[in-house]
Design a protein around this ligand. Structure first.
Ligand SMILES: *[C@@H]1O[C@H](CO)[C@@H](O)[C@H](O)[C@H]1NC(C)=O
Ligand SMILES: *[C@@H]1O[C@H](CO)[C@@H](O)[C@H](O)[C@H]1NC(C)=O
Ligand SMILES: *[C@@H]1O[C@H](CO)[C@@H](O)[C@H](O)[C@H]1NC(C)=O
Length: 291
């Protein structure tokens, strides 16, 4: 009787531990999602910044469970969907998060007008978080906030190496910099040089994240901007040739850069999210997507 009890007890304890390991694995595919980027993934940091590029009013968020949040969309962003798919909480916007609370599932540093280059968008949109500011904030998170939540540096290192770093940026470097006469970049560089420069800069920001402990990167191409209503060539009934060539050049260089990074740094994974062709095809062959 006594032995059975001990055995049962042991069995229950085993189940409990089994569940800690197994249930955690089932609940989420990664311990955290850290988000960097522009209006595709911004979720509220801009609400408290001195920028006119806010989205914290109706009808933004009309389909979002919690209403208007600062997302530049009716509902969830692609980063939110991805977090849910991973089994994680939607990452809170870093600047709105109360730092006295404990949170290890990741943050969102994105900002609507953000570009890779620090001057991108500044002429029109004031103060926001460019890519270098976002990376600085993550360093602060990794070096000051997270260490208070982990028992020792190895645990933190392991956690960071399993976390996913999602980056969606680059289009504003065209619309709010290279293509705008308010900036000097198009008089200094041609289209190929500019793509080279911003891809290099993005690569160095990714390396900064790596240096702090990030290992799993999911980097998005720029989408098929030339097919958006603002740039679509209505007379010819086709996507803008000029933008298509700019963005294709950037995306190709980005792919090469990620391949180089994968060869240069140890123990990291770089995935390129090929969204360009997906969007291009959506515009070119809409019938394929109607069910
Ligand atoms: C909605 O708000 C509730 C309560 O503040 C919060 O717990 C929840 O995470 C929010 N949902 C999303 C998707 O942000
Ligand atoms: C932050 O959270 C702490 C602890 O939950 C709370 O005491 C404090 O009032 C919060 N601060 C703000 C600004 O909400
Ligand atoms: C463009 O160049 C001028 C002259 O060097 C400088 O004053 C201005 O700040 C630059 N504009 C931007 C957006 O960098």
């Amino acid at each position: 009787m006594g032995r059975t009890f001990i055995f049962m007890h042991f069995f229950v304890v085993c189940l409990f531990f089994f569940c800690i390991v197994e249930c955690e694995a089932k609940q989420s595919l990664a311990p955290a999602l850290y988000v960097f980027g522009d209006s595709f993934v911004a979720s509220g940091n801009d609400n408290i910044l001195n920028t006119d590029a806010k989205a914290n009013y109706a009808p933004y968020g009309i389909d979002f469970p919690n209403g208007t949040t600062g997302r530049l969309t009716n509902g969830l962003t692609l980063a939110d969907f991805y977090a849910q798919w991973l089994g994680l909480q939607v990452p809170p916007p870093y600047l709105l998060f109360n730092q006295t609370e404990k949170h290890t599932e990741g943050f969102n540093y994105a900002s609507g007008p953000a570009g890779i280059r620090p001057e991108t968008s500044t002429v029109d949109h004031g103060v926001f978080l460019s890519m270098d500011k976002q990376v600085e904030l993550f360093k602060k998170t990794a070096q000051e906030y997270l260490p208070t939540l982990f028992g020792n540096p190895d645990e933190l290192k392991d956690y960071l190496s399993k976390s996913i770093f999602l980056v969606v940026i680059g289009r504003n470097d065209y619309t709010q910099n290279f293509l705008s006469p308010k900036y000097n970049s198009s008089s200094k560089w041609n289209m190929k040089q500019f793509a080279e420069i911003i891809v290099d800069e993005l690569g160095s920001k990714i390396l900064d994240l790596y240096t702090v402990g990030a290992r799993k990167f999911l980097v998005f191409e720029i989408d098929a901007m030339g097919c958006e209503p603002a740039f679509y060539e209505k007379q010819k009934n086709e996507c803008s040739d000029k933008l298509t060539s700019y963005i294709s050049t950037y995306n190709h260089k980005l792919e090469v850069e990620l391949q180089i990074l994968a060869k240069t740094v140890r123990g990291a994974i770089f995935a390129l999210a090929k969204r360009y062709q997906l969007m291009y095809d959506l515009v070119a062959n809409p019938a394929r997507y109607v069910h």
